[in-house]
Design a protein around this ligand. Structure first.
Ligand code: GDP
Ligand code: MG
Length: 437
């Protein structure tokens, strides 16, 4: 795990008044191993290693007041660079002109889901999208897109035959006649690279001449995604990447390899199965997540989107003052649920990445925790230190759990509070948090 390793290295180096070239080499070597384990492309890793060592051996680090910190910054900057430096927006024409977006990729990568997610997002931004069902290979692909379209109230253009080029041509006409300014075309993938698929998509692309040709990649396939992206780029030509299932990718191999191997920016990530689970790809945020530095900015933005300003402010204050009780914890659970996948959110909380494991955040576990807290008195929820063995027994009984489970929750809660306290002592994070309000 990159985050784990990076945290260890940072710990080892920080506080050292002086570090040597050997320290740097050792540290970079450790990171190299972590990157390779995360399935990052070997060439990418080599370049990263060389550049990091070169820069870290410069005067700036060796003579810095806090060399460990300098080193951390270099690694972070290099990771950000690998990810593409900054967010690249979609190639959108002005609303009075049609924008066409062609989605392509292997079967199961998440094209259909991604098409609907994009439509949903663009619609929220005031555009008038039309979805086009041009996957004529996968059984029920049209039906799938129609279901998604109806969920977000975006029309789906389809025809019941197998000529994809004819369909997209008709769809473009239809879109223009009916004032749709953003046309998103879902296409057919195959289970693996396949010339039929390529030929079809080449023809479709020629017919559409899209403003954006977005390759949809499954983050869980690691550097394999890079090879596939390259093939699509060579044969069809792509302009950007959407990385799906980022919520399930704990290693970051695809994200780290794609940009520097293909030169194409990752523009969005998919972070869950639900339609709203899409985010613009911000290299700095993703770098923080990969390195386990937390991601306050994304978290705060998400919070702002799904809870009211008032609620968000209160939650923030509580987190910052670390006077956080089990009552708030319960409350936060509900809000987090509203916001989407727990996994992706927990990774954004500073200090949480890598420290809370899946088992702590599974949905069933959440329900049990909820039951446990609901079996406490208000006083207990506000001051969990009141809860000694007899109370634990009562609470376990009331919630249909065990004393061990009650203890586990209390322990985890303590750990969480401690972490929040540490984070809120960090002036930089505080400044970032304050900027949001
Ligand atoms: P397609 O064959 O490329 O059109 O892929 P689909 O859109 O049908 O998606 C395949 C599977 O991946 C479906 O079960 C989706 O729900 C799932 N999926 C797509 N995007 C994401 C994502 O960002 N996160 C998660 N967890 N699942 C996703
Ligand atoms: Mg599909």
């Amino acid at each position: 795990n990159i985050a784990q390793k990076f945290t260890d290295i940072t710990k080892q180096l920080s506080g050292k008044g002086k570090i040597t070239e050997k320290n740097i080499e050792d540290a970079v070597n450790e990171i190299k191993i972590a990157l390779l384990e995360a399935d990052v492309n070997l060439r990418v890793v080599r370049r990263f290693v060389n550049r990091t060592i070169e820069e870290a051996k410069g005067e700036k680090v060796l003579k810095a007041v806090d060399p460990g910190q300098q080193f951390t910054k270099i690694v972070y900057d290099k990771i950000v660079a690998l990810l593409g430096d900054e967010n690249q927006a979609l190639n959108l024409n002005s609303p009075n002109k049609t924008t066409t977006i062609l989605m392509l990729g292997l079967q199961g990568a998440g094209k259909t889901t991604a098409s609907a997610k994009l439509a949903y997002k663009l619609k929220k931004e005031g555009r008038n999208p039309l979805l086009v069902a041009a996957d004529l290979v996968r059984p029920a692909a049209i039906e799938q897109l129609k279901v998604l379209g109806s969920q977000i109230d975006v029309p789906v253009y389809f025809e019941e035959h197998k000529d994809a080029v004819k369909i997209v041509n008709n769809a473009l006409d239809y879109g223009k006649k009916n004032q749709f300014n953003t046309i998103i075309i879902d296409t057919a993938g195959r289970l693996q690279l396949d010339q039929d698929m390529m030929n079809e998509i080449i023809a479709v692309k020629k017919a559409v001449n899209p403003d954006e040709t977005m390759f949809v990649a499954d983050a869980m396939t690691g550097q394999n995604a890079v090879e596939i992206a390259k093939s699509f780029d060579e044969q069809v030509g792509i302009s950007s990447v959407m990385l799906t299932k980022f919520d399930s990718d704990t290693r970051g191999g695809a994200a780290l390899s794609l940009k520097s191997s293909t030169g194409k920016p990752i523009k969005f990530i998919g972070i869950g199965e639900k339609i709203e689970d899409i985010e613009p790809f911000f290299p700095e945020r993703v770098a923080s997540r990969i390195l386990g530095m937390g991601d306050v900015v994304s978290l705060v933005e998400k919070v702002q989107e799904s809870v009211t300003q008032d609620e968000a402010e209160q939650m923030q204050k509580k987190m910052m003052s670390a006077t956080f009780t089990l009552e708030d914890y319960l409350d936060q659970f509900k809000k987090l649920k509203k916001m989407g996948s727990m996994q992706s959110l927990v990774g954004m909380i500073p200090g949480m990445a890598g420290k809370i494991n899946d088992e702590d955040i599974d949905e069933k576990g959440m329900k049990r925790e909820e039951a446990i807290i609901l079996s406490m008195t208000i006083l207990e929820r506000r001051n969990h230190r009141l809860i000694g063995p007899p109370r634990k027994k009562r609470i376990a009984k009331g919630s249909g759990t065990s004393v061990a489970e009650v203890s586990r929750l209390l322990k985890k809660f303590d750990k969480m509070r401690l972490m929040m306290k540490k984070v809120t002592k960090n002036k930089k994070y505080q400044a970032q948090l304050m900027q949001q309000f």
